[in-house]
Design a protein around this ligand. Structure first.
Ligand SMILES: *Cc1c(COP(=O)(O)O)cnc(C)c1O
Length: 428
C-alpha cells in the first residue's frame, strides 16, 4: 500500500521514505524542545532597561520581578531564582541538609541523580509505575536504610507524583521530601499549582522548557528559614557587604536571563494552548497505528486517585510508547526512520540513570531492581512539539509513521543493523 487511503483523512508522506532513499520530509531538523521566542519587543525593552541601569546581576530588579511573578504563578510564599535547574537542585538538597542516601527514580534526566552524587550523597534508584512513568511509592519502603535522609520525586512529563503517598512515607520514616518539578510549570495537583508540595520544589528554565530563561532555575518553598538559607547559599553566603555567614556558591540568575524568564512566563498560556492542540493533532494522526500509544495527560497519578477535570497540564512533551512486540517496527527503528526525515525524535530518558556513569559502575546490578524503568526506557519516544511545530508538521510526522508501518519489511531491510553506530544513536 503506497497510495493514500481515500477512505480516511489519514495523511501519508507523498514521496518515498528517506530511509528508503527518498528526500527527507524536512529540510531543517525538527527538534524536541526547540526554544520558543516570546514577545520579542517586550524582551528587548526589558534588556534595554537592564543596560540603562547597569545592573546586570546580584539580585537585580528583573530577578526580583521574575521571583514575584513566579510566587503568584505557583501560589507559594518563596521563590529563589538560580542560574539553572541543576544548581537549584544542588542548593535545595544542601540547604535541606540531605546526606547519606536519597531515594530518586532512575527514569529522569541525569541531573536529578548528579545533583546528589556531586555532593557525595548516594542516589538510590527506585522503580516507576508503568502507566504514569512516575516514582512508585510501593517500591520506596524497602529501599530505606539507616543512612536514608530523603526522597526526591520527579513530576515527569508535568504530571504530579502521588504526592500524598510519598508524604505519608516521608513523615512516617522521618525523611525529607523534595520534588524535581522541572517539567511541571503550569501544572496542578488537586487544583493547586505544582510548586508548593513537599519541603520544596525545583524548576528549570532551560531553553528547551516551556518557561525558559535561556538558562535558569528556581526553588519554590513555603518554608521561611529554608528560603533564607538558599538565598545565602546562592550568593557565596554573603549576608552583607563584608559578612559571610555560610558556605555558599554562585547560583545567581542574571538580569538578562530574568528578562527572558519574565517574558516567557507571560507567554505560558499561549504555549500551553498550542501544545495541547499539538497533542490532540498527534492523538488523532496516530490513531490506528498498531503497537503505539500516546501517554495520556488526562490520566490520574495513581489508580486510586479520581481524575479531576480542573487539573492543568502543560502538554510540553508528546510521549509515544512503542510496544516492539506489536508494532511492525521497533522503537529504535522508528527513531532511525524519523531521523532520516530530519525529525529528531528522542529516547528520553534512555537508558535510565542507572545505566549511565558513574552509576553504572557504582551499582552494576541496579537494573535487576528496576524492571519497569528498563521496560519504559526501551519503549518511549518523544516527538517534536512546542510553538514552532504546527499542524502541517504534525500531519507529515504522522504520515511518516503510518507509511513506515505499512512498508515495515522494506524499511527494516534498508536500515543498518542495530549494532551499527548510526546518526540517531550518536546524537544520544
Ligand atoms: C531540565 C531538567 C533538569 C535540569 O535543569 P537545568 O536547568 O538544565 O539544569 C533537572 N531535572 C529534570 C527532570 C529536567 O528535565
Amino acid at each position: 500500500m503506497h497510495a493514500p487511503d481515500p477512505a480516511s483523512s489519514r495523511p501519508w508522506k507523498p514521496t518515498p521514505l528517506a530511509a528508503l532513499g527518498g528526500a527527507p520530509a524536512f529540510a531543517e531538523p525538527l527538534h524536541v524542545g526547540r526554544p520558543n521566542v516570546p514577545d520579542r519587543a517586550k524582551l528587548l525593552e526589558r534588556i534595554e532597561g537592564a543596560l540603562d541601569r547597569r545592573w546586570f546581576t546580584n539580585d537585580g530588579p528583573l530577578v526580583q520581578e521574575f521571583e514575584a511573578a513566579l510566587r503568584r504563578q505557583l501560589q507559594v510564599k518563596h521563590v529563589v531564582a538560580m542560574c539553572n535547574g541543576t544548581t537549584a537542585l544542588e542548593i535545595a538538597i544542601r540547604a535541606l541538609g540531605l546526606k547519606g542516601e536519597v531515594i530518586v527514580p532512575s527514569f529522569t534526566f541525569v541531573a536529578t541523580a548528579h545533583a546528589l552524587q556531586w555532593q557525595e550523597i548516594t542516589p538510590v534508584f527506585a522503580d516507576i509505575e508503568p502507566a504514569t512513568h512516575l516514582i512508585d511509592p510501593a517500591q520506596i519502603e524497602r529501599l530505606i536504610t539507616p543512612r536514608t535522609t530523603g526522597i526526591i520525586g520527579v513530576h515527569t512529563w508535568g504530571r504530579p507524583c502521588d504526592v500524598a503517598a510519598l508524604a505519608e512515607i516521608a513523615d512516617r520514616r522521618g525523611l525529607t521530601l523534595l520534588f524535581d518539578a522541572a517539567h511541571a510549570m503550569g501544572c496542578t495537583h488537586h487544583g493547586a499549582p505544582i510548586g508548593r508540595f513537599g519541603a520544596a520544589e525545583v524548576f528549570s528554565f532551560h531553553a528547551t522548557k516551556c518557561v525558559q530563561a535561556f538558562e535558569g532555575g528556581a526553588v519554590a518553598t513555603n518554608d521561611d528559614a529554608l528560603a533564607e538559607k538558599m538565598r545565602l547559599m546562592r550568593n557565596f553566603g554573603f549576608a552583607g557587604y563584608d559578612r559571610v555567614v555560610y558556605l555558599g556558591i554562585n547560583g545567581k540568575l542574571s538580569e538578562i536571563n530574568a528578562a527572558m524568564g519574565l517574558t516567557s512566563l507571560e507567554d505560558l498560556p499561549r504555549v500551553v494552548m498550542h501544545n495541547r492542540r499539538n497533542f490532540q493533532l498527534y492523538h488523532h494522526g496516530l490513531g490506528g497505528l498498531p503497537g503505539v500509544r500516546l501517554l495520556d495527560y488526562e490520566q490520574a497519578a495513581s489508580a486510586s486517585a479520581v481524575h479531576d477535570q480542573r487539573e492543568a497540564r502543560n502538554y510540553q512533551y508528546v510521549v509515544l510508547e512503542c510496544d516492539s512486540a506489536q508494532s511492525p517496527l521497533t522503537r529504535d527503528e522508528l527513531v532511525e526512520v524519523l531521523t532520516a526525515e530530519n525529525v529528531r525524535a528522542r529516547r528520553y530518558f534512555y537508558p535510565g540513570c542507572h545505566r549511565m556513569e558513574p552509576y553504572r559502575t557504582l551499582f552494576p546490578d541496579a537494573g535487576k531492581q528496576l524492571p519497569v524503568t528498563e521496560e519504559v526506557a526501551a519503549k518511549v519516544l518523544l516527538l517534536p512539539t512546542g510553538p514552532t511545530v504546527g499542524e502541517e508538521e504534525i500531519q507529515t510526522i504522522c504520515g511518516i509513521l503510518h507509511r513506515a508501518a505499512a512498508e515495515s519489511a522494506e524499511v527494516r531491510s534498508a536500515l543498518p543493523p542495530p549494532e551499527v553506530d548510526s546518526p540517531a544513536r550518536r546524537i544520544l
